[in-house]
Write a protein that binds this ligand. Sequence first.
Ligand SMILES: *Cc1c(COP(=O)(O)O)cnc(C)c1O
Length: 434
Amino acid sequence: MKYYSTNRQSPAANLEEAVIKSLAGDGGLYMPERIRAVDRDVIAAMRDKSFQEIADTVAQAFFGDDMDTQSLSDIVYDTLPFETPVVHVNDRIYSLELFHGPTLAFKDVGARFMARVLSYFILRSGLDREVNVLVATSGDTGGAVANGFLGVPGINVFVLYPKGKVSPIQECQFTTLGKNITALEIDGTFDDCQALVKAAFVDGELNRNMQLTSANSINVARFLPQAFYYFNAFAQLDKAGKAGNLVVCVPSGNFGNITAGLFAHRMGLPVKHFIAANNRNDVFLEYLRTGRYRPRPSVETYANAMDVGNPSNFARILDLFGNSHERIAALISGYRYTDEEIAATMRDVYRAHRYLLDPHGACGYRALADCRLEPAETGLFLETAHPAKFKETVDRILDIDLEIPAKLQEFMKGEKKNVALGKDFGGFKAFLMK
Ligand SMILES: *Cc1c(COP(=O)(O)O)cnc(C)c1O
C-alpha cells in the first residue's frame, strides 16, 4: 500500500519509508491510499474475541500488505499484554480506560507498536545505521515512548522536556531508564522543545549524518494502532447490548487519538457521532463553528497533555473528509472546558459516582454529560491516563491522597539521569552530532 503526503508535493512512500521518516519531505503527514473495510460479520463476531485477536484483525487490514502476516501478529500480541476495559460510570455514560499499560496512559499502545514495527523494518531493510527517535514531551509522551523503545536494538531515543514543567512522576518515567534512552532537560518551554525537534528534521547537515525520526502521532505506526481499542470497546459494549447508537468522546490535544477513531469509523465501525473534548486550547472547536482554522500559542491548563495550539493531525482530518467542513461538522462536535469546569466535574463525579477522573478524562465525561444523549444513545469517553499521573492536581482538587500504583512507584525508585541543554539549536545540534 502506498502512503501519500497530505501536502501532495512529495512522492508517495511505502510503509517502511513512512515509518522511518515520519514526515514527508514536503512537511505533510502520510495517509494510506486506501482504508480497507472490515466486514460487518467480522465486527459483529468481535464480541467473543480477545483484545489481541481484535487488534490483529485491524492491524492486518492496515499493514497486512506491507508486512509478513506472522511477524505482524507477533508484534500485535507482544504490544498488548494488557486490557482496555470499558467501565460504567453512570446513566448512559461509559469510560474506556486506556491506562492499564506500563506508563498508565493510552500512548503506551501506539509507542510499543511503533517501536516494534520500526525495528522490523530496520532489520528487513538491512539499514546499516542507527535510527534516532527525537521526541518532545509536555509530560506523557516521553514516558510512553521511552518505555516502548527501551532496549530495542538499532534505535536511540532522545526525549526533550521543559525544565521544571513536567510532574516528578512523569519525569522519572523517562529519566531513570538508561540504556538507549537519553533525557534532555531543556531550559525552556514545551514549545521550545518542539521547535528544536522541528529544526533538527530540516537541518541538512544533521540529516546527512544521522537517521532521524519522530515518535509523535505524526508517525503512522504510532497513531493508527490506536484504532485497535475503539474496536475493542465496541465489542465490549456490543456484548452488553449497549453498542447500538454509540457516541464516542475523545479528549484531544494533537488529535492523533480521535483521528485513529475516525479511521476505525471509515473501516466500518458503527459509531454514530464523535465528540472532540478540549480544554481552553480550542482551535478545533473554533474551526467547527466558523470553518476557519487559526492556530495560536497554547495556554497552560490542568489537562496539560492537551495544551496544544496547532494540532498536528488536523491535516489528516481535513484530508480524510476531502477538506469539507460540512462533512467534518456533521460527524464531529466540539466542547471546551476551563480549569474550573474540569475541577468541578472531577469533584461531582467522584462524590456522586465514586469514579476518579483525571483532568483529561474529565473533559471527555463532561462533554457527554452536556451533549444531551438521546435515550437510545450510549456515550463512551476515553479515559486517557490514570489519575495518579496527575497526583498533585487530583489530590488538590479532590482533597484526597491518591495512592500511587506499584507500576509508577517502581520508576520513582530509579536513579534520575539527564543532560541539561539550553534552548538554542546550535547547542542541541552539537550534542546530537557527537
Ligand atoms: C496525549 C494525551 C491526550 C491527547 O491525545 P492526542 O492524540 O494528542 O489528541 C489526552 N490525554 C492524555 C492523558 C494524553 O497523554
